[in-house]
Design a protein around this ligand. Structure first.
Ligand code: PEP
Ligand code: MN
Length: 285
């Protein structure tokens, strides 16, 4: 920070803080580099429902130009009676989709008991919003050695979110990704309020890559594309987008899921704007 008004107090998240000595982190998955200058799009259904469902959408998002495949095998649900995922069977389906499409996968680990199993299958471990301050889970995820994406809790401050990332970094695992997925506010026209301030602020304060999730951030499929583009415009390093072949019949999060056609339209818009490497640090200093 070069502004004369800058505070000199060191950040409490010493490993996550952006300093002159520690510029942007790139999480390298081989074919995909998160934070590497080009937006990385992680796309797929909220939940893995069946092999045919996941493969159908995996091929569709791959063809549209997505870089990674998402899908939940262990699902955090508000109601215990809702669909809670296929568990290990879902992980096996994700691994099959990766083998067929070549897309690296990201999936959530809900608790420490499932962590080794999830780490065995996935390329990136997702820590869900509801677990942002599950410190035992953050540390255990860090210790697997897999890259970890930490979603911001619905009531987490930016500092708390960066301190959650710090828990993973403090295990010696440098491959941490932040994800803004909306916070709970007074507004109820949307499911959450996608906090684009937080995307710009996280990039300003931290060297970690930031992914923007407009699906959970809005809860409305027809708001996903504009907020996805906005998320990249404010400095996001990529997107997490829920996609379903038949959103009206999805087992979870159908109202916020793009169908295959709408996802392809969004990818076309992103590719038009970001086809060439661009300076991703615009306006941050
Ligand atoms: C998800 O990615 O499907 C999910 C459950 O997200 P969040 O933890 O942000 O609610
Ligand atoms: Mn979801």
């Amino acid at each position: 920070m070069s502004n004369a008004n800058a505070s000199t107090k060191p950040a409490p998240y010493r490993l996550a803080a952006r300093t002159d000595a520690h510029q942007a982190t790139i999480v390298d998955l081989g074919s995909v580099k998160i934070g590497g200058g080009q937006p990385v799009v992680m796309a797929g259904p909220c939940s893995v429902e069946s092999e045919s469902q996941l493969l159908n959408t995996a091929y569709a998002v791959a063809e549209a130009g997505a870089h990674m495949l998402r899908g939940g095998a262990f699902k955090p649900r508000t109601s215990p009676y809702a669909f809670r995922g296929l568990g290990e069977a879902g992980l096996k389906i994700l691994a099959k989709a990766r083998a067929e499409t070549g897309l690296p996968i990201i999936t959530e680990a809900l608790n420490t008991a499932d962590l080794d199993l999830v780490a065995e299958y996935t390329d990136v471990i997702q820590i869900g919003a509801r677990n942002m301050q599950n410190f035992a889970l953050l540390e255990a995820a860090g210790r697997t050695g897999r890259p970890v994406m930490v979603k911001r809790g619905p009531a987490g401050t930016i500092e708390e979110w960066l301190l959650a990332a710090e828990y993973v970094l403090a295990t010696g695992n440098p491959n941490v990704i932040l994800c803004e997925r909306g916070i709970r506010t007074f507004e109820n026209a949307t499911r959450n309020t996608l906090d684009l301030n937080a995307v710009a602020m996280a990039k300003h304060r931290s060297h970690l890559p930031v992914i923007v999730d407009p699906s959970h951030g809005t809860g409305k499929w027809y708001l996903v594309a504009p907020l996805a583009l906005a998320g990249l415009a404010v400095g996001g390093d990529g997107l997490m987008i829920e996609v379903h072949h038949d959103p009206d019949h999805a087992s979870s999060d159908g109202p916020q899921s793009l169908n295959h056609e709408h996802f392809a339209d969004l990818m076309e818009k992103i590719n038009q704007q970001y086809a060439q490497p661009v300076a991703r640090e615009v306006g941050l200093n």
